[in-house]
Design a protein. Structure first.
Lengths: 332, 332
DNA sequence: ATGAAAGCGCTAACAC
DNA sequence: GTGTTAGCGCTTTCAT
């Protein structure tokens, strides 16, 4: 025979299914005596309610979803993701809400994944890696699925939004470099499609003034190296490079060294995201910590709140911190 | 009105629910004409089958589960996990199978999570971080849930098992160090409860002979630093330390340097797992790459195979590789 | 090739 | 305080 059902528990306890259901949910008063019998019977049979059945009846999956459009390879070397997930889970776990992860490679696969979620696989989604005028926002709005957007979304939306101020630490960093005599400061950005890449690049431009030393990378070590090579070949090469993540920064740093340049004396280098190893490199890599764990917690809390029927709210977290280390130490 | 159901699509196409269902599943011949009408109607209404309903009817969730008992903090700084997930997803995504992630903090929470999965949240699980005589194995056996064990399980089990040979690269590494004149080689292991920690420590002992220089860490940077401090205070301090992961190795390395020791000349250092940054440190960190991506793929494939009714199979992957870098370069 | 109807295992009115 | 009875939205016999 198959797994026990609520019916089995009911007959074992000599009550009806409704009573069993309520004994567990507490949604109506049950006498202590029968409650105890029900619990005992359930224990005895090792019964746990079937989640699909419950989801079908309540229209609640007790799960939230995250759809990743990133290439699995990039996911694998990403420092943001595991910490973010850990933060999300730290609020989901105590409430026994599950996290449904789906990776999609194509736009249509991504759309199907969101549709499946809206259709009952999960009760809401956290949207990462926001693009300018992201198509997912109207889609989710149309589907009527609660969602929390991570990062700034410029268009109209009725969704909760968890933002951070990425511009401030970049300004702070550039100001630091300027104050220490750097005049040629370059920036290797992330893909400009991402709002966060654009914000960081924008902040850079606000201080530096022109795009001559701006290069667009894609967050991979490879692009970090290649663009560093390009920048260092310039006749009037930069004395400092600010990268949009630590992976690119480290690849660039080691490439510069392979050319015989000393860091920070010949070239100052800074990253973004503060990978957990960055403090341990030598020289230590200056970076911006963004507390992905906290952002995960807050995003999950907001989503749960919205799913429960609360009105969406937006917050701007104060959680980016410039970590100055030796890779940008003052030049002598 | 709520989301469209299969009934809405059926009436829009002028057929019955059964026909709609079969038009999509292909489980019975449908005339091209009606099929086209059905597809059009579904498209028009933006209909996607409800997963809980389908799961209830078919007893298949179209999802697999992973339950993490790790502390969210450790998860966050783990290099294995994201790459492993990426590998898993690369086989799930094309088949539109979802991944359900649950983090549990307590043993009972962990058990509930597995029970919920067995009860329909997912069709099978991948079991990570195997312990000696892991209680989860008999539990899952009792629940009758397909499972794939990652790593060696010594007891009896009818589950598929994806193993790697962790001992070989450790032997190779120690032999390399011995050949280069190191006589005092220490090991900072992971928690001995884990089978993989034990295997690595065992391999170390097979070459080194005694436990004098063996210390048990917990994979955190902090323990890497503390145990390194302890080892370096020994009257006859080690000339080489092999760590059970890169995080501990890097923390140890930078601690040693802070003491004025040169790496590798005064102290050789090696890690395990080959974090993506390790090749970029200076000196580059010698480590053992374990291809978590591939292990994720294989584990997922096996699980899907078992869920489909195949007989469980075990494989030993040949995917560990010693990456010799400057942190263990020959002493002059 | 298609329709009708009976569940899948639960919850939620509605009775008493 | 507890039982009865409909569904929730699918899939899947069994008919036709």
């Amino acid at each position: 025979m198959g797994r026990p059902t609520i019916g089995d528990v009911a007959s074992a306890a000599g009550v009806t299914k409704a009573t069993v259901s309520h004994a567990f949910s507490g949604k109506r008063p049950i006498s202590e005596a029968t409650k105890a019998r029900v619990i005992a019977a359930a224990e005895e049979l090792n019964w746990v309610p079937s989640s699909p059945a419950r989801a079908l009846a309540t229209r609640r999956a007790n799960a939230i979803g995250i759809v990743l459009a990133r290439d699995p390879e990039i996911l694998a070397s990403d420092t943001f993701f595991p910490a973010f997930i850990a933060g999300v889970e730290s609020v989901l776990a105590p409430r026994e809400v599950a996290l449904v992860l789906q990776v999609a490679r194509t736009r249509s696969g991504e759309e199907r994944a969101y549709r499946a979620i809206a259709q009952g696989r999960a009760d809401g989604v956290i949207v990462l890696d926001l693009h300018q005028d992201d198509w997912r926002v109207p889609l989710l709005q149309g589907l009527g699925t609660p969602a929390v957007l991570l990062g700034a979304y410029d268009g109209q939306s009725s969704f909760s939004c968890v933002r951070t101020d990425d511009a401030a630490p970049v300004h702070e960093l550039i100001d630091h470099l300027l104050a220490h005599g750097h005049t040629r400061i370059a920036h290797v950005s992330g893909p400009m499609g991402y709002v966060h890449s654009r914000v960081r690049a924008q902040a850079y431009l606000e201080r530096v003034g022109d795009e001559e030393l701006l290069r667009q990378g894609d967050f991979t070590a490879r692009s970090g190296r290649d663009l560093t090579a390009e920048l260092l070949q310039l006749p009037d090469r930069p004395s400092a490079i600010v990268y949009a993540n630590d992976t690119m920064a480290i690849a660039g740093l080691s490439y510069a060294r392979s050319l015989g340049l000393r860091v920070p004396d010949d070239l100052a280098v800074a990253g973004f995201d503060d990978d957990h190893l960055s403090a341990h490199l030598s020289p230590g890599l200056t970076s911006v910590s963004t507390d992905p764990h906290r952002r995960g917690e807050v995003a999950a809390e907001h989503l749960l709140h919205d799913i429960a029927g609360g009105t969406p709210r937006s917050v701007t977290l104060d959680c980016t911190r410039l970590r100055l280390r030796d890779s940008t130490a003052s030049r002598r």
